[in-house]
Design a protein around this ligand. Structure first.
Ligand SMILES: Cc1cc2nc3c(=O)[nH]c(=O)nc-3n(C[C@H](O)[C@H](O)[C@H](O)COP(=O)(O)OP(=O)(O)OC[C@H]3O[C@@H](n4cnc5c(N)ncnc54)[C@H](O)[C@@H]3O)c2cc1C
Length: 378
């Protein structure tokens, strides 16, 4: 008789062992102190998680997107900050370099990222520029064989620790999208500095910073992809990133559901039946959508719609289940340091990052209603 239980992939089994050993015991301190210990980042590198889903020929650990999402979910159920740090590194820094980079750029930047020797970051948002990324104001100009970047980026995750930041800049803001190009920026470059670290409601420990580019001089080979294709690079990175962020949200939803079960069993199992059933339905829907999006990516099929609906539903599920979890925990659930309280704060950030809920609705609505819209438009 075959065992009817799902067989854990070796990556998900490794993630569970890693989360139990390194992440779960540190999660409350990560939130309280707003810092992920370097030892955890080193352990992520040592385990090969910083190269997950990247090809071994470029120093990566191999593995599929389905493996990657199961690792994100498992780590996020222990600490969303740790999972989001990994998701940003892989989804919106390393993978775009894999997709758009020349062999020389991959050798110089992807290999150290994939080996876990450097952490990656992605700097698109600016003060007052988020959803409408075509309106960004950071400028670049050519100066002989060099590019010079000037401007300010906001809400850049991982920037304090990063060894590689993908920066998006325009040669002329009036051109909007077609004016934008992508650059690979080592943050140690003169003129590049973290101006402030932003303290947040949730995902505390995941660094979020203001990044200042004060006439940062870059060599000609710092441009990623053809000139003028920066918005395409950014949007394609964010589409894949959404599947990663959806799986991080799913991890928080799962942890909140487990916490909710503990509270309900301890306090009022009969009274909690309806809330628990509703939460279970939300969790199961989110899980199915995240898996579908990852499987489409693995199959090389269009996944724009699947990524948006997975991100929309998983981030809503995280907020809804975590909120119900605080209710079912009773007054204790509102106390700072209670697991239900941290999960609700972490959950609340997911509808905003890597494309807000309203932006997912716009993408979905457009793709569902416009017969000319390709599902793989980005
Ligand atoms: C914890 C955290 C980490 C982040 N990390 C990064 C990072 O690493 N790199 C990076 O580049 N950015 C990062 N961001 C920025 C994030 O991507 C933006 O916050 C997000 O894109 C939304 O942009 P905004 O905050 O400027 O909101 P706005 O675009 O100003 O939107 C405000 C509200 O208006 C709604 N809205 C906007 N446009 C429309 C529209 N056309 N139709 C309907 N509703 C609309 C939005 O949904 C939202 O509810 C991070 C943000 C957070 C909170």
């Amino acid at each position: 008789m075959p065992d009817p239980r799902p067989v854990a992939s070796s990556w998900s089994a490794r993630a569970l062992a890693f989360a139990d050993r390194f992440v779960r015991p540190a999660a409350a301190a990560i939130d309280r102190e707003d810092r992920i210990p370097d030892s955890i980042v080193r352990a992520l590198a040592h385990e090969g998680f910083l190269g997950l889903g990247l090809p071994p020929e470029w120093g990566g650990s191999g593995g599929t997107m389905s493996d990657t999402t199961s690792v994100f979910e498992t780590l996020s159920a222990a600490s969303a900050a740790v999972a989001v740090t990994l998701s940003v590194h892989l989804s919106v820094c390393a993978r775009p370099i894999l997709r758009w980079g020349t062999d020389a750029q991959k050798e110089a930047h992807l290999r150290p990222l994939a080996r876990g020797e450097r952490v990656g970051a992605f700097a698109l948002s600016e003060p007052g520029v988020g959803s409408d990324s075509a309106g960004l104001a950071t400028r670049y100009r050519r100066d002989g064989a060099e590019f010079v970047l000037h401007g300010t980026k906001m809400f850049t995750s991982n920037a304090v620790s990063a060894g590689v930041v993908l920066v998006f800049a325009t040669r002329d803001p009036s051109l909007r999208g077609p004016g934008i190009s992508a650059f690979i920026v080592p943050p140690a470059t003169t003129g590049c500095s973290v101006a402030q670290r932003l303290e947040k409601l949730g995902l505390r420990g995941s660094e979020t910073t203001e990044l200042v580019l004060d006439d940062v001089r870059l060599p000609a080979d710092a441009m990623l992809g053809p000139e003028g294709s920066g918005l395409k690079v950014a949007l394609s990175a964010l589409t894949g990133g959404r599947v990663g962020i959806a799986s991080c949200a799913l991890g928080v939803a799962r942890a909140a559901f487990e916490e909710m079960l503990r509270s309900a069993r301890a306090r009022d199992p009969e009274g909690a039946r309806g809330r628990v059933a509703e939460a279970y339905a939300e969790l199961a829907s989110a899980r199915a959508l995240v898996r579908e999006a990852a499987e489409l990516m693995d199959a090389g099929a269009p996944f724009v719609r699947a990524a948006s609906v997975a991100k929309l539903v998983a981030s809503r599920a995280a907020v809804s289940i975590a909120s119900a979890g605080v209710d079912l925990a009773g007054p204790e659930g509102t106390r700072v340091g209670h697991p239900a309280e941290r999960l609700l704060r972490d959950a609340r950030v997911f509808p905003i990052v890597e494309g807000t809920t309203e932006i997912q609705e716009l993408i979905l609505g457009r793709s569902l209603l416009d017969p000319n819209e390709s599902p793989n438009a980005y």
